[in-house]
Design a protein around this ligand. Structure first.
Ligand code: ARG
Length: 630
């Protein structure tokens, strides 16, 4: 959803407060103009590095959040200096000069503690957010529209990552594992983008194999052109189930079907045009349907690849190499084995006794083909359930053993992002899960909840769309709230609650931030301009524990994005969202806008606007559309 237009009355020139502050030393990996915490850390590190004679970067890394009683602290023994800690402490206390960033330094045990100037923290943070949302610091999207960029950084500039996620199997259910891969993968793709990488999103479909022979036979018996066009994913599944039932029959009947299916698939492999046309139709209609569902979830792919796209020549070439390799052996029955027991990865069959390739064989070749297709990459991420841990580790290892330079361990280019199971995800009727059915049901349930508030419901322009978005928020937040590896149970009632740490609660907070401005600044928000002395006249009005707490959280957003890029946990972002919304909830009672003196009201609204912009960015990073009304 597009961000709100820049209010005409702001007069905000887009030059953040940062440019009025004394200059800071340059340090790679920091950007105080876009990440407020970097400014304070650098201001501390700058002086400490000179006082202690320790390189700037080492001190910078040692500046930790303070916890109770101070804002930042540095534990001195960690530098392992020859001078006694007490002496070091004394020299810091004596030589450290308070400035526009740091108000005061004190000592506590082996640590020195720093107190930042709140009258710098507040305008620095708010004006940085504002400039990066509406001013010159905002990013431009493909259509030249301004996009909020507070929180993002350029650490991945010039680097390329391929992210493979979702990867359902045609004619089979889109199960919970695919849902999680979709949600987590789409988030990771956004996250890499927020860290400056160029990102390619790949969907590796299960679109090849004997099951397409079965499907084709089933189609002849049970297929309906109309049903196929109406809902290909559902219909192909029905056909597949029906033919499988027949194939399970005894008395040779079932065997016959299997033989025919094998023959059909062999025909596909040998390039039988007629067969391939039929297969391509199933594939492309399924993709069209998937695309609709993904779009609903704010997800798109740059490429639909799949098992079918692994070339015959590639497979032949690779099997040729493996047959001659010293880490493979031929079994008595003729299958080709890679012995990975030295790496505790068991043995992997890469070629069946009849010479046909397997799932793993295709993965090995597809990885190589991607490297060529994309003209190399710095990273390739696979988002696959933990059930396939062994499979993934095996094919990573085979690529390494084959000597491919980019697949070597020290390159860290191949990354498996795994995740635990979802228990009990089924539609309320208990039928097999299709993603769009789950989403429809979620939307329906959400509509019911929303209709209970008749007045608000009547104000909604498009209640169906709103319900759909809140519903998907519920599903996504439930999925991303915990550590990836944990299993969780799909809980229809908890997920939809507006209280507690749920998706609807986050949306509710965003909506409330939008409405406070709509109601109290109908003529537009008057924001500090360059001419106003924001540090004294404006933000002093904000100095209160609730506001400062909120501003600290807002100031930490760029660091949270960096942390998530290291731990690859969506929960890092979700936890931030809850921390932020809890702080907003506490602020409402103290930082009142209604019926307040004009300047007080405006500066509080400015704070709420910034909170809304940051919450909106965090939700968008999680692939969620922040709502303005609900
Ligand atoms: N289609 C597979 C499944 O449903 C997942 C594919 C995972 N990706 C891969 N490169 N093997 O189990």
């Amino acid at each position: 959803m597009s961000s709100p237009p820049i209010p005409s009355s702001t007069g905000f020139s887009g030059v953040p407060f940062f440019h009025r502050l004394p200059p800071l030393p340059k340090l790679e990996g920091t950007d105080p103009g876009t990440a407020p915490q970097d400014a304070f850390r650098l201001a501390i590190a700058d002086q400490l590095s000179q006082i202690l004679g320790v390189p700037l970067n080492d001190v910078f890394l040692a500046v930790a959040m303070g916890g109770k009683g101070c804002d930042y602290k540095v534990v001195l023994p960690r530098f392992r200096l020859p001078t006694k800690v007490d002496e070091l402490k004394a020299s810091v206390l004596e030589a450290f000069k308070p400035n526009e960033y740091i108000e005061r330094v004190s000592a506590n045990g082996p640590a020195v503690e720093f107190h930042v100037r709140t009258d710098t923290l507040i305008p620095l943070t708010l004006s940085t957010i504002h400039a990066m949302t509406y001013g010159d610091g905002a990013a431009l999207d493909a259509d030249g529209q301004k996009q909020p960029s507070y929180g993002s950084n350029k650490s991945g500039k010039g680097k390329k990552v391929l992210i493979e996620f979702s990867s359902p199997n045609i004619a089979k259910p889109f199960h919970a594992g695919h849902l999680r891969s979709t949600i987590i993968g789409a988030f990771l793709a956004n996250l890499y983008e927020a860290n400056g990488w160029s990102v390619f999103r790949l969907n590796y479909l299960g679109d090849w194999g004997k099951q397409f022979g079965l499907l084709a036979l089933g189609w002849r018996r049970f297929g309906s052109e109309e049903a196929l066009l109406n809902d290909p994913v559902q219909h192909l599944y029905e056909v597949y189930v029906a033919i499988n039932k027949l194939a399970e029959q005894g008395e040779g009947e079932g065997e016959k079907i299997h033989d025919e299916a094998r023959a059909f698939f062999k025909g596909m492999e040998d390039g039988n045009k007629e067969y391939l046309v039929e297969w391509e139709k199933f594939r492309s209609l399924s993709i069209k349907k998937y695309e609709e569902t993904y779009a609903r979830l704010n997800i798109h792919f740059d490429e639909y690849t799949g098992e079918s796209k692994v070339s015959k020549e590639g497979l032949e070439k690779m099997l040729g190499i493996l047959r001659d390799a010293d880490f493979t052996t031929r079994e008595e029955n003729g299958a080709l084995l890679v012995d990975l027991t030295p790496y505790k990865l068991e043995k992997a069959v890469v070629e069946r006794k009849d010479g046909t390739p397997l799932y793993i064989t295709r993965d090995i070749v597809e990885a190589q083909q991607r490297y060529e297709r994309y003209d190399g990459f710095d990273k390739m991420v696979y988002v696959i359930a933990t059930q396939q841990d062994l499979h993934t580790a095996q094919f990573f290892k085979v690529l390494e053993l084959m000597g491919l330079p980019w697949a070597q361990k020290d390159k860290n280019a191949l990354l498996h992002i795994n995740f635990g199971m979802v228990q009990g995800m089924s539609t309320r009727k208990g039928t097999t899960v299709f993603l769009d059915h789950i989403l429809n049901e979620t939307k329906q349930k959400m509509l019911e909840v929303m209709q209970k508030n008749e007045e608000k419901y009547a104000q909604l322009e498009d209640p169906e769309r709103t319900a759909d978005i809140v519903g998907m928020t519920a599903v996504k937040i439930q999925d991303m709230a915990g550590k990836r590896i944990n299993n969780y149970s799909f809980d229809w009632s908890r997920m939809f609650s507006f209280e507690g740490d749920t998706g609807p609660y986050l949306q509710y907070n965003h909506v409330r931030l939008c409405s406070v401005e709509r109601i109290n600044a109908a003529d537009g928000l008057v924001l500090p301009t360059e001419d106003l002395d924001i540090s004294t006249m404006r933000t002093e009005r904000l100095i209160s524990p609730e506001a400062v707490e909120l501003v600290w959280i807002l100031a930490s957003w760029p660091d949270v994005v960096k942390t998530a890029s290291r731990d690859h946990q969506a929960s890092t972002i979700v936890t931030f969202c809850f921390k932020l919304t809890h702080a907003i909830s506490s602020a409402w009672e103290k930082l009142i806008v209604k019926n307040q003196e004009h300047d007080d009201a405006m500066v509080r609204l400015w704070l709420y606007r910034c909170a809304k912009d940051v919450l909106g960015s965090a939700l968008r990073l999680l692939t969620i559309t922040p709502l303005e009304r609900m």
